[in-house]
Design a protein around this ligand. Structure first.
Ligand SMILES: Nc1ncnc2c1ncn2[C@@H]1O[C@H](COP(=O)(O)OP(=O)(O)O)[C@@H](O)[C@H]1O
Ligand SMILES: [Mg+2]
Length: 320
């Protein structure tokens, strides 16, 4: 294998497919069905990335973004994966997704085969001192993966007995050669335990995800307090990037009400870019990409991620 290359794996055990940069065309339907089908506005309005935006961020040197929320089921994994895939597929970056959740949602979506036959991954980075670049695998989706499995939960039992336990991930990420990945995306579990603590200690920036539900919005003060406490104690340079409003139904009153509550609580920390609700997002990555308007929203989110990492040139900043 070429030095610096990542072992390859695809979800179905076949050779990895090329990264699905664009939504594949829907299969041709009979004339009658085609006539009834509404045009898909989101596809025509695809936020195409200009050629000059590709690889602009070649000097990022492994900037780290943690996607967090104390709540489960709010879209953290979906956001982590779709942002990573957009950064790789649309902006030409080399991206590593690190699955920090023992429920292994990111691994299940990116490389389902690894669920039944887990390789060394995040658990070994924490417990055996494995090098991230040695255990990372290339997926068929244009991003590399440091995989998780249920066994990752052992970290929560073992790490509390170790010294400097909050810094295990930071130390491991610091050892990755700077030219290996442009961006490392950390998909966090919903808790305050060792794994998210390590993520928030290791990361450059944290993006919180919130959905239009009372319980999700109610967790915002908890997250604000948590990030402040990390900035004070463990990671003074941590950038709090605020809240991405996800899975937002376009015409539902509850979504408008929750947006107002969020604005009152976090004002300018609420991202103006939102991710629309789209049932296709509940399926496989391939299903999500088929005409998925939320997938397009995530390209806009990825562009904003690059802006916040100061990775896009000024003319692009002013053009959007
Ligand atoms: N934009 C969206 N529209 C509809 N469903 C979504 C959207 N984003 C995520 N979902 C669904 O919400 C559920 C929880 O998402 P997930 O990313 O696994 O959350 P978490 O990682 O916070 O537990 C999943 O079934 C996912 O497919
Ligand atoms: Mg998750």
């Amino acid at each position: 294998m070429v030095k610096g290359a990542t072992k390859s794996v695809s979800g179905d055990g076949k050779a990895p497919a090329k990264a699905p940069v664009k939504a594949p065309r829907a299969k041709a339907k009979s004339g009658a069905t085609r006539a009834k089908k509404k045009p898909v506005a989101a596809v025509t309005a695809l936020p195409l990335v200009e050629p000059h935006e590709r690889r602009v961020a070649g000097t990022l040197g492994g900037r780290r973004l943690a996607v967090c929320s104390p709540k489960g089921g709010v879209g953290k994994t979906t956001t982590a994966l779709r942002v990573a895939m957009a950064l790789a597929g649309h902006f030409g970056l080399r991206v590593l997704v690190m699955d920090l959740d023992p429920s292994a949602g990111a691994t299940r979506l990116l490389a389902p085969k690894l669920i039944t036959d887990p390789p060394a991954g995040t658990r070994e980075v924490f417990l055996s001192g494995a090098a991230v670049e040695d255990v990372a695998v290339a997926t068929g989706w244009g991003v590399d993966l440091c995989a998780a499995s249920n066994a990752l939960s052992e970290v929560e039992a073992i790490l509390p007995g170790r010294r400097e336990r909050e810094y295990v991930l930071r130390d491991a990420l610091d050892k990755i050669p700077a030219d290996r990945w442009d961006v490392v995306v950390l998909d966090c579990p919903p808790s305050h335990e060792q794994l998210p603590t390590n993520a928030l200690t290791a990361t450059d920036a944290v993006l919180a995800v919130v959905q239009p539900s009372l319980l999700s919005v109610a967790a915002v003060p908890e997250l604000e307090a948590m990030v402040s406490s990390f900035k004070r104690r463990l990671n003074p340079l941590l950038e709090h990037w605020g809240y991405l409003y996800c899975a937002v139904p376009e015409r539902e009153r509850i979504a408008r009400e929750m947006r107002e509550v969020l604005r009152r609580h976090v004002s300018d920390r609420l991202w103006p870019i939102e991710v629309r609700a789209d049932t296709r997002m509940r399926g496989s990555l391939k299903r999500q990409a088929e005409e998925g308007r939320a997938v397009d929203d995530y390209v806009r989110v990825a562009r904003e991620v690059l802006r916040r990492f100061d990775a896009l040139p000024k003319r692009v900043l002013s053009a959007n």
